[in-house]
Design a binder for this molecule. Structure first.
Ligand SMILES: Nc1ncnc2c1ncn2[C@@H]1O[C@H](COP(=O)(O)OP(=O)(O)OP(=O)(O)O)[C@@H](O)[C@H]1O
Ligand SMILES: [Mg+2]
Length: 455
């Protein structure tokens, strides 16, 4: 069913997925796009329509007017042949039509110049000259920046040359419109960005606070911003308080229970010590000892989740911590290799993290001879392997051993104490930091415990 459904993606689904992939992931960037994209689209449409319609129309009108003036000059020149040099005509042209005109004798049109690559002016003016005058002409719209030069062949060896100002034939300052449009939208975008930042910052704050809570860190957080965001902020604070209250309650209860049970166990021990040393009493003593050890173990485990919540995360020097662990292990006769790459400073709750390390290393020490620790803190994540050369744990049991009180040693007939809580506590600590622990095969031949923490 599911496979069939997966095959029936509509093109719309694909488009949405593709869009989701290329879109930036951050809220701020996305919000900006939501604002910027329509503005750009609108501007492009307006600019296109403007260029296409208005701009061309104005240029055509202007070109047409200039061409009409030139046509009139030619008519007048040809109707009054007595003024061969056309000095009066030239004066009138320059005074009334702002056209610089003269008559060249005994010349022909120059060879056509190179066409400009992209010019409405050249095109429209050419069209108008052909339409209104319909004589051989020569046109130069690029040679001089402010002028357009037109030459028209009147007869075999007479050419009329006209210089018109470029602005007469061409809507040249229309780009002002575009500049205004672009400029004003920049201002608008600037204002939008400013407002947006202020709206989005509280959301980012909330996300940070939630992330910190997940990692067991404490950061200051006060709800701000729009009503809904503030509402979410207060809800978050309420949730945080409830979690803290729960933990506190449990810790208090555990302390009470542990105190009560310890008192009774101590009384037991005292009574037993006063009795005669028979084998039964010896057995009883051992049981009471085991019971108090289990009790301590259980309490330590329960505190691992709750009791450490009071501890603050802070900068800890991994190198120093691991050196202590190494010295410890070597005192107990184990060879230990240390390897740290990346930043040795990590942000963790130091006592909890120390316990995590201790639990893993003591397991390695119990089951193997050689121990190796590799820590990699090159990214935001700390990846730490604890390797040993012991028997390892079969794949099927690697999740099982994380459960409280699960021990494989009993099956292996190694009666060396241990309550089966070490890995559970270690995993709780890793998870309360926002990370986890997994088990695998070690290059040394035994077990590899891998800790991943955002630190
Ligand atoms: N490095 C290891 N090599 C082989 N087996 C291991 C290793 N670490 C743990 N185990 C197995 O996993 C079981 C659970 O380990 P865990 O640390 O939770 O308890 P424990 O070591 O028995 O007791 P505790 O740590 O509370 O003293 C152990 O009993 C042991 O069988
Ligand atoms: Mg252990």
């Amino acid at each position: 069913m599911k496979i069939g459904a997966a095959l029936h993606y509509t093109p719309l689904d694909h488009a949405a997925r593709w869009f989701g992939r290329i879109l930036p992931k951050g809220l701020y960037a996305r919000a900006l796009i939501i604002i910027i994209a329509p503005v750009i689209l609108l501007q492009s449409v307006v600019a296109y329509v403007f260029m296409e319609r208005h701009y061309e129309l104005v240029t055509r009108r202007l070109s047409s007017a200039v061409t009409a003036d030139i046509a009139a000059l030619i008519r007048i020149y040809e109707s009054y042949p007595q003024d061969r040099e056309a000095s009066t005509l030239s004066r009138i042209a320059s005074e009334s039509l702002q056209l610089d005109m003269d008559i060249l004798h005994n010349t022909d049109l120059p060879p056509p110049g190179p066409k400009p690559f992209f010019s409405i002016l050249d095109e429209t003016l050419s069209n108008e000259l052909r339409r209104q005058i319909d004589r051989p002409y020569w046109l130069d719209t690029v040679g001089r920046s402010n002028f357009v030069e037109v030459r028209i062949k009147l007869d075999q060896n007479t050419v009329m040359r006209i210089l018109a100002r470029r602005s007469q034939a061409y809507a040249s300052n229309s780009h002002i419109f575009l500049v205004w449009m672009g400029g004003s939208s920049f201002v608008l975008l600037g204002i939008a960005i400013l407002f947006l930042r202020n709206q989005i910052r509280p959301i980012l704050r909330l996300a940070e606070a939630a992330e910190a809570l997940g990692k067991g860190r404490e950061i200051e957080f006060r709800p701000r911003g729009a009503r809904e965001v503030r509402q979410a902020g207060y809800a978050f604070l309420e949730m945080k308080r409830r979690i803290e209250r729960n933990l506190e309650q449990r810790t208090t209860m555990l302390n009470g229970v542990s105190h009560d049970l310890r008192t009774i166990l101590t009384r037991f021990k005292l009574s037993l010590a006063l009795m005669q040393e028979t084998p039964e009493i010896e057995d009883l003593k051992r049981d009471v000892d085991e019971m108090s050890r289990m009790l301590e173990g259980y309490l330590a485990f329960a505190r691992g989740e709750g009791g450490d919540a009071g501890e603050q995360a802070g900068e800890t020097d991994l190198r120093q911590l691991l050196a202590e662990v190494q010295a410890d292990a070597e005192r107990q006769g184990h060879a230990m290799k240390l390897d740290i790459v990346g930043d040795p400073i990590i942000i963790v709750r130091p006592d909890a993290f120390r316990r995590l390390l201790f639990n893993l290393v003591s397991n390695a020490a119990r089951h193997g001879d050689r121990i190796a620790i590799t820590a990699d803190h090159e990214t935001r994540w700390l990846v730490l392997h604890v390797d040993d050369d012991g028997p390892g744990i079969p794949v099927s049991m690697r999740e099982e051993v994380f459960k409280p009180f699960v021990r494989l040693d009993e099956a292996r007939n190694q009666d060396e104490g241990g309550s089966g809580l070490g890995l559970s506590i270690a995993r709780d600590i890793a998870r309360s930091h926002g990370g986890d622990i997994s088990l695998g095969d070690s290059p040394l031949g035994g077990l590899r415990a891998t800790v991943r923490l955002p630190a």
